[in-house]
Every structure is written in C-alpha cells, then in structure tokens.
Design a protein around this ligand. Sequence first.
Ligand code: B12
Length: 246
Amino acid sequence: MSGIVRPYGDTTGDGMVQLSFTLPVPHDKRAEGAAAQLAAKMGLDNAMIVHAKAIGAGHTFFVVYGAARHLVNLDEVEVVERDYPLLSPKEVNDLVKERLGRKLCVVGACIGTDAHTVGIDAILNIKGVAGEKGLEYYRELRVVNLGAQVAVPDLVNRALKEEADAVLVSQVVTQKDAHLHNTREMAAAFREALPPGKRPLLVVGGPRFDERAAAELGVDRVFSRGTTPGDVASYLVHRIIKEAAA
Ligand code: B12
C-alpha cells in the first residue's frame, strides 16, 4: 500500500484521533479550556474534551478527540524490516549444532533499577509468549537469566564468565530516558571490557525503544513491542552463525 493517509474515526479520511495527557493545573473549567487550546495547537480541529479527571489537587488528566490536520505519506515511512529468515526451533537447533558445534550461550537481564522482568522472561523462559516457547526451550541454546535490577559491571562479569555469545537486555521504564542511558552505559562497558570481534552480540528490547536506534545506542539490534522468542532466536542464529562462518 502506498500514498497519503489520514486517521479514520467515523468516516474515511475524517482525521479523527484520540489522545491523552496531563496538565499541572487543578481540575476546573479553565483547565479544560487549556487542554482544548493545547489540542488546537497540536493540530487537532474541533477538539472535544471527552474525559477530564483530577489527579490529586494540582493535576488534571485529559482525553481529547478531534480531527488531525496532518497527513501521512506511506512512501516516506521508515521502519526496520526483518532482514533474516524466521526459523522454527528445530531449524535453529540444527543450525547451531551443525555450524557452531557447541551450545550458543545467551545471558539476559533487566539492568539499572528496572524491575519489569515480564518482557525478558517472555523471550527467555520456557513458557514463552504469543504461543511460542521461549529460548530455554531450544535444546542448543544455553540460557542464563539474571533477572531484575542487574548492575552493568555484574552483567559484564557474568557474560565474560559464561563466554556469552549474546547478551539480551530488557528496559521497560523510560522515565528521564533511563532506558537509553542504561543501554549506552551497558554498550560502552562491553566495548571497554572486550576488543572488537570478542564481545558478545548486544541486543536490547522493551516496549518504548525505537528499533532504528541500534547504532546510536551502541548495540547490534533493538527489539520493541510484540517481539516473540522466534524473532530473537532467528536473529541470533543469523548473526552468530554468519559471523562464525566469516
Ligand atoms: C507489570 C508491571 C509492573 C510490575 C512488574 C512485575 C515484573 N516482575 O515484571 C510491577 C508492579 C513490579 C511494576 C512496578 C513499577 N512500574 Co510498572 N508496569 C507493569 C505493566 C502493567 C506491564 C508490563 C508488562 O509486564 N508487559 C508485558 C510484557 C510481555 O511486555 P513488554 O515488557 O513490552 O515485553 C515485550 C517487548 O517489549 C519485548 N521485550 C521486552 N524486553 C525485551 C528484551 C529483549 C532482549 C528482547 C529481544 C525483547 C524484549 O518482548 C516482550 C514480548 O513481546 C506496565 C504497563 C503496561 N501495560 O505495559 C507498567 C509500567 C511499565 N510501569 C510503570 C511504572 C512507572 C512502574 C513503577 C515506577 C511504579 C512505581 N511508582 O512504583 C514501578 C517500577 C519498579 C521498578 N523498579 O522497575 C510505567 C512506566 C512508565 C515509564 N515511562 O517508564 C508503566 C508503563 C505503567 C504506566 N503507564 O505508567 N510494574
């Protein structure tokens, strides 16, 4: 599909969107007027305040609904497409066994103060996610899941001890861009600890990452919302086996 599109609400091309935000003002009529003014400045025509609720004494949460003036050109959209084949667990296991000749070791963790382990567990734990089993299910993968709130030096030491082929880091909390700072710190620590060609593949994931940011963050790959263990296993095999063959 290509061409220009607008959001769809009641009728095709009416541009209707709904968005929510919080203003640091007590809930009263002036606050609702302020929300409407903000929506207009953001490019929404005839924005309606469909929900307004006080959050404590000095803040108000809003949901507004209005027609966006902006258009999207599908031809100008840039995304990271999967550039490797999606493999079944059996195909992954066979490739690792044949080409690597040993188990592929994956060390995973949530770093910094982040305690959201559900995402990394969905990728690593045998129970998996979305009907797919996690990496622990793959016979030829050896998974070391360090859990939550792992300090970067501890992650680096453990990855070295395990001779990890890949390090999988999850970051869910994005307050003050913590996910970006932590990822850069982690990538820098691995670069400091190991020469190029010796460091493990660095993979980061979480719902609010931009998949296009890998190079800028110093990692090999970024995975975002909706990632499945199969996506990750296929990527690891593609990269590690390709590098082993080179
Ligand atoms: C469950 C949850 C918790 C649980 C976590 C339990 C646990 N063991 O994980 C508890 C109650 C502990 C918690 C605490 C907090 N939480 Co909380 N929490 C959530 C919640 C409701 C769901 C997250 C989740 O489990 N998603 C399901 C998983 C499967 O999805 P996922 O993480 O996106 O993972 C997928 C992909 O992103 C990707 N992926 C993720 N990681 C990785 C890693 C790799 C390597 C790869 C390849 C892929 C990958 O693959 C996964 C599968 O598809 C979200 C809101 C929401 N609905 O998302 C808030 C949310 C994340 N929490 C939030 C907050 C603020 C907190 C607290 C700070 C609250 C507080 N004031 O105490 C604390 C922080 C604790 C801490 N130190 O980190 C905010 C974060 C806001 C922000 N901008 O950062 C959210 C968004 C809620 C909100 N709307 O405000 N939380």
